[in-house]
Design a protein around this ligand. Structure first.
Ligand SMILES: [Zn+2]
Length: 402
């Protein structure tokens, strides 16, 4: 079988300073990024002008994902086009807002994504009635999240994806926008369900979850994504759970590392050390280990994140393409997490080299994604990553890192 990745022929870090003023990327590379972003945005808009699938309104591969990119451009690019970007975001969001079923609760695949993003965009445009309406509808879904026993916990489709939506709103509009009691109850429900399932399965992990009968480990469907978001809740009253259940789960996961530094996609996976991508494998684990290091202060968690970085550098230029979920741009975000955690420009250099790869979008013979313009599989995600590189200390993997 042919390799899943291209050989990485880029030179590793040689000590040069990559930063300019205000911890932004230096002006030479910033100019390069802006040139490619402008060209790629033209290609994206040209693609959108040929037709949009309005039935798919998800952040993951639908219209809200592209709206999220425009919102991101508003926050990162300071070129007097702010309103233009916000209005474009709204033009992609509004067609779906009136007919959401309020049954699918996650940010990435459900109704919480469009509602949370629209809440923030309406706020920025000063449209308080529309903002309040979206916020109330987002909160209407909380009863499903509290009570529906069939709901999975994972980030892409489940309960922790709803927690992300709540934290996204609070991050952009202020920590008290959404009542903390709602946030805490979702957090407690995810913890309680993970504890109960681990006991039922007699798992050696204090917390365990499953999706489609598999105990996934990666960011999209598994423990990496769930634990990362659980670690965001840092109230002293929850310290006990954090130390008794969350930290030992992370330690237990460290025992599953392959010699390469990569991780299996699920417990008992027979596929071996194959996937190095955000959704399955080491790239999705880096933010979780960095967050564990920040939370517990133990160097071993940062060491673990750094080991992940090595395998991503070697095997992260994927034949699957340049996207966020299972592509080179998504893998590059792991280097940005490591840079923010260590301040070591080696990791920023590696992200820049992956950006160089993304500048040549479409020229390496990669597989064409099913949704080629989308945020998580396609061009919108690559543009999102490249613009994040302009201010690397502020970069965050969308719909995941906070
Ligand atoms: Zn994926």
């Amino acid at each position: 079988m042919s390799k899943r990745e291209f050989d990485n022929a880029f030179p590793d870090y040689n000590g040069e300073n990559l930063l300019g003023a205000d911890s932004s990327i230096n002006s030479e590379f910033a100019g390069k990024i802006r040139g490619h972003v402008s060209r790629m945005l033209d290609a994206l808009e040209n693609g959108l002008s040929k037709g949009v699938d309005w039935k798919n309104y998800s952040v993951y591969t639908g219209t809200t994902g592209v709206a999220y990119l425009y919102f991101h451009l508003y926050t990162v690019l300071d070129d007097c086009q702010e309103d233009r970007f916000l209005k474009k975001a709204l033009s992609l969001l509004e067609p779906c807002l009136t007919h959401l079923g309020l049954r699918r609760v996650s940010f990435l695949q459900g109704d919480a994504g469009p509602l949370a993003l629209a809440t923030v965009v309406y706020h920025l445009l000063g449209r308080s009635t529309a903002k309040q309406d979206c916020l109330e509808r987002l909160l209407e879904m909380k009863t499903i999240v509290y009570d529906d026993h069939c709901l999975p916990e994972e980030l892409l489709n489940g309960r922790i994806g709803y927690l992300y939506a709540l934290l996204f709103v609070n991050h952009h509009l202020g920590a008290d926008t959404i009542d903390k009691l709602v946030v805490y109850r979702v957090y407690e429900t995810v913890l309680k369900n993970g504890r109960q399932f681990a006991k039922e399965e007699r798992s050696k992990f204090p917390l365990m979850y499953e999706w489609h009968d598999k105990k996934y480990l990666g960011a999209a469907h598994g423990l990496a994504g769930i634990l990362y978001l659980l670690l965001q809740i840092r109230e002293p009253v929850y310290q006990k759970y954090s130390h008794e259940w969350i930290e030992p789960s992370i330690e237990m996961l460290m025992t599953l590392r392959f010699p390469s530094g990569n991780y299996p996609s699920s417990i008992g996976s027979a596929s071996g050390d194959k996937l190095v991508q955000w959704c399955h494998g080491a790239p999705g684990w880096v933010p979780t280990f960095c967050m564990a290091h920040k939370t517990y202060g133990e160097p071993k968690y940062l060491d673990e994140a750094l080991k992940c970085g090595e395998v991503i550098w070697c095997r992260g230029l994927l034949r699957k393409g340049y996207g966020l979920c299972h592509g080179s741009a998504g893998n590059a975000y792991a280097f940005l997490s490591l840079f923010r955690a260590t301040n070591d420009q080696k990791h920023l250099h590696r992200a820049c080299q992956f950006a160089e790869w993304c500048f040549q979008y479409g020229s390496h013979g990669c597989r064409n994604p099913d949704r080629p313009l989308s945020l998580f599989e396609g061009l919108a995600g690559t543009i999102y990553f490249l613009t994040d590189l302009l201010k690397p200390m502020k970069s965050r993997f969308p719909a995941f890192e906070l």
